[in-house]
Design a protein around this ligand. Structure first.
Ligand SMILES: NC(=O)c1ccc[n+]([C@@H]2O[C@H](COP(=O)([O-])OP(=O)(O)OC[C@H]3O[C@@H](n4cnc5c(N)ncnc54)[C@H](OP(=O)(O)O)[C@@H]3O)[C@@H](O)[C@H]2O)c1
Length: 396
């Protein structure tokens, strides 16, 4: 993997913008734009992009800062190509990604622009690996998916935990997620879409497996754990089949620091058994309903695109991911925690990841890479400075 060092591409490179935020007028996009307006370093050249110029102009006025405005529509591939050519880093919130996301990935891979998104859709991420990883490696583009609550706290939390453990020995890490939060229309649409695409999801994973090189001389796995009471966190642990364990596994495959034999299991942690049983039943009902188009449409009509939790609801929301890591005779318990996972903290993680790609001196990587691989140390430091807590709770 090779690409120009960050220091070889300072501000003032040949592209007009350091960061272009595509989908800036959506729910997550607007929060990200506000974060960038408040935190972008002096001299950063950035722009907001989307399909509606009037909506973008209104957003620019609200932001009250000097940002560019670019029109780009998923249904107009030339506009996406132009967007990629204008940016060193493209950050997109235009989802559901499996139906709206590919053209901009292709444009970034082809023009050597770095790309990041908020996708939690495994099918999309696998297909983008199969179709665009090789081209991105040629041009030096870094394609970083899942830069929100999916999967930054999990990926960087495991990265942080591994670094507390001895090197060169087999390691196991279990992650336990607890959160109190609600979601947006865009997230609901993406989740229902994924639930209805079980067959395509499996086919994309198989296709990826056929393309991905085998891991030589080391082992890494993310098996689905069994439901159990986990005394180490004092809660019921339910296997959580999100994209997060897949992302962690890719970091483990790419980074020797995860040791010769690494295993990660990902759980939701629930204190009371009836809540755990109710949660499983609710998700099961949602997955079943998503298979029937009328039920799916009824559900997605409950929360429209662009709608999401109010500022008051978000202020009450929080998340905590606890990790228990073991290896080489040591055991460590760590935690990554913060406020509203789905939106306020997602906007922070997403914007800081974009700033990291644009501004930090990072290890040389290209192609589809995870947050830990592309910017593990730099992004962890940024998030700590931005108020997300990474801590070692106990070790022996
Ligand atoms: N992983 C995480 O932790 C996390 C957290 C939050 C969100 N997400 C994901 O992020 C995505 C966005 O969520 P959201 O709640 O912000 O959704 P949203 O409010 O519906 O925003 C979607 C954005 O896509 C734009 N868009 C739609 N069709 C387009 C087209 N043809 N061309 C160009 N732009 C188009 C919309 O533009 P208009 O404004 O013009 O309608 C809007 O800006 C979803 O996939 C969601 O699952 C992930």
């Amino acid at each position: 993997m090779s690409r120009l060092k960050r220091s070889d591409r300072p501000y003032g490179s040949d592209r007009p913008y350091d960061i272009v935020l595509f989908g800036a007028t959506g729910f997550a996009g607007t929060l990200t734009a506000r974060y960038l307006a408040a935190h972008a370093p002096e001299g950063l050249r950035w722009a907001i992009a989307g399909r509606g110029v009037e909506k973008l102009e209104r957003l620019r006025e609200e932001l009250g800062v000097d940002v560019g405005v670019l029109r780009a529509d998923v249904d107009d591939p030339a506009s996406l190509r132009a967007l990629a050519e204008h940016a060193r880093v493209v950050a997109t919130t235009v989802g559901p990604y499996v139906t709206r996301g590919e053209e901009i990935v292709a444009a970034c891979a082809d023009t050597g622009a770095d790309y990041l998104d908020l996708s939690g859709e495994p099918e999309f991420v696998d297909l983008m690996y199969v179709r665009h990883d090789a081209r991105a490696r040629e041009t030096g583009a870094r394609l970083v998916h899942a830069c929100g609550f999916d999967s930054v706290p999990h990926d960087l939390g495991v990265y942080f935990t591994v670094r507390q453990l001895p090197q060169g020995v087999p390691l196991t890490v279990d992650g336990f997620v607890t959160a109190d939060a609600t979601f947006s229309g865009g997230t609901l649409a993406s989740a229902l879409g994924q639930f209805a695409r079980g067959r395509q999801l499996v086919a994309a994973a198989r296709e990826r497996g056929r393309h991905e090189p085998r891991l030589l001389g080391r082992r890494a796995a993310a098996p689905v754990g069994a439901p159990r009471f986990a005394p180490e966190v004092g809660a019921w642990a339910l296997p959580l089949p999100t994209i997060d364990p897949q992302i962690v596994l890719r970091s483990a495959r790419a980074l020797d620091r995860y040791g010769p034999d690494f295993r990660y299991r990902h759980y939701a942690a629930v204190r009371r058994l009836p809540v755990a049983v109710g949660g499983v039943a609710a998700v099961g009902t949602l997955v079943a309903a998503a298979q029937l188009p009328p039920a799916r449409h009824w559900l997605s009509d409950r929360l429209k695109p662009g709608e999401g939790p109010s500022a008051q609801q978000r202020a009450r929301s929080w998340f905590s991911v606890r990790f228990v890591g073991e290896g080489g005779g040591r055991r460590v318990c760590t935690e990554v925690a913060g406020g509203d996972p789905g939106y306020d903290e997602t906007a922070k993680m997403f914007a800081e990841a974009a700033l990291s790609l644009a501004c930090d001196d990072l290890p040389p990587t290209a192609g589809q890479v995870t947050t830990a691989v592309a910017m593990g140390d730099a992004l962890t430091d940024r998030l700590i400075r931005a108020g997300i807590r990474f801590r070692v709770a106990a070790s022996r």
